[in-house]
Design a protein around this ligand. Sequence first.
Ligand SMILES: C[S@@+](CC[C@H](N)C(=O)[O-])C[C@H]1O[C@@H](n2cnc3c(N)ncnc32)[C@H](O)[C@@H]1O
Length: 239
Amino acid sequence: MPCQRSGLLRSETLMSTLDSHGSITAERRLILDNTSVVSTVLVPEICLNLLKQTSPLWQAFEDTPEAKEIARPYWAFAWSGGQALARYILDNPQLVRGKHILDFGAGCGIAAIAAAKSGARCVTASDIDPVALQAVRINGNANHVSIETDASDLIYTENPGWAVVLAGDIWYDSRLAGHGMNWLRQLVSQGVSVISADPGRAFSPSAGIRPLITYKARSVPDLEHPNLQDVAVFRILSA
Ligand SMILES: C[S@@+](CC[C@H](N)C(=O)[O-])C[C@H]1O[C@@H](n2cnc3c(N)ncnc32)[C@H](O)[C@@H]1O
């Protein structure tokens, strides 16, 4: 869905890409050159810089063996899991209002932005891909919210004060499903609410979760599934 204010947002977005010397960084240039500002059907309130259908970026990663060593541009998609999580937060703002939120594996930052728009006191977006964190800053700015970013691998780190951890569409990866899930369950046992959403990826958890709601969505842009998917939102329970 094209963003209704795409012209305005594009110029605002461009302003936000200037570093302190007024020049555009290579990471930000990569984002702006390969994306357009759109919103999704499920989350029309949030505009995001997402991969242009005409962009060669994703195909380059698919076609070039050496590119496999480089992080794939997951930040250029609004994954269906992230959309479902954002929808759930926007519809249940009391879950995050006044709290410190972590969006773990933030990608484009859709769940982080939903939390910030819902009145969270502080939102931190984490991703091991530094370009994703640039995308989160650009997207946060386009939605008039402020989001802190953390590029470290947070698995097994101490909780600095997060009350809620959001984890959208991370169950495609065996390490995230193994160590990541162990760590998230540890946080739950310490009193943190951990909410995730998943369209049925390879390592989707089936036990130790409490289902909350299911939405119909498709990732944007969608390179895998032309049809709407059932996307489950669930709480992660302690071990
Ligand atoms: C499929 S994307 C989902 C992005 C976003 N949550 C959404 O739903 O649109 C998964 C993201 O997790 C990030 N990721 C993978 N391993 C991670 C880790 N150990 N810590 C933080 N982020 C990680 C990837 O770089 C990628 O951006």
